[in-house]
Design a protein around this ligand. Sequence first.
Ligand code: ATP
Length: 250
Amino acid sequence: MTEPVLTIEGVSKRFGAVEAARGVTLDLRPGEIHALIGPNGAGKSTLIGLTAGTIAPDAGRVALAGRDVTALDAVGRARSGLGRTFQISSLAMEHSVLQNAVLGALGRSGRVMRLFGNVMRDRDLTERAAAALERVGLADQARRRVADLSHGQRRQLEVAVALTLEPKAFLMDEPMAGLGAEGTASLTAFLDTLRGEAPILLVEHDMDAVFALADRISVLVYGQVIATGTADDIRRDPAVREAYLGEDAA
Ligand SMILES: Nc1ncnc2c1ncn2[C@@H]1O[C@H](COP(=O)(O)OP(=O)(O)OP(=O)(O)O)[C@@H](O)[C@H]1O
């Protein structure tokens, strides 16, 4: 079998009395979208944080392309090829779309901001940024201020910023949140093509998007994975129906 791109192994995290992650093990294979679903408070965002390196685990390990990255912080993991998107606040609102993409290409270090003028004259960086914008369909918006973009366009820009780092895997936390039906449909179509570039670990509440996109789905309940499988497996799984999908049926 092909080696997974990302492996999460026995990861646990406790917040006081709450066990937000209890020995979670899952992987992300080349070319796939692996969706993580579960009721509110199940620990989905915590797991994304543990994987991205913004939350320190109590136990367990994370490996990217065969390399153990557990000891690395979020910046180190991003530089190793973990592209986390949809932290909208991380975009520089007053800067242009292209400037944001260039910043992404530089790995967003604080030092870089002071050198911004010089950076924008760096052909290699601007070309890489422009290519990422082209890839997400924002090339014609390059000179606009981020503050003037629509919600959906900011989501696309976040992907472009992540793409400039040439990620080996994407982590996405609720990309559809706040998008209307049209925005959700176009982002769904886009993510469908993006998986060819790098596989995606996707947390999403929009079940239509999840079932349309996911090659595999893992269901998290009280910090534990209760099932992993294809959309059909998950629909049929009695434990899942009881714990989660049953809510919808009810
Ligand atoms: N920093 C924190 N301090 C204390 N408790 C936390 C912290 N972060 C998360 N929790 C708790 O851990 C549990 C899992 O939260 P988490 O946000 O990961 O769930 P989720 O599945 O992403 O929920 P939602 O679907 O509502 O976004 C919850 O009980 C939450 O209250």
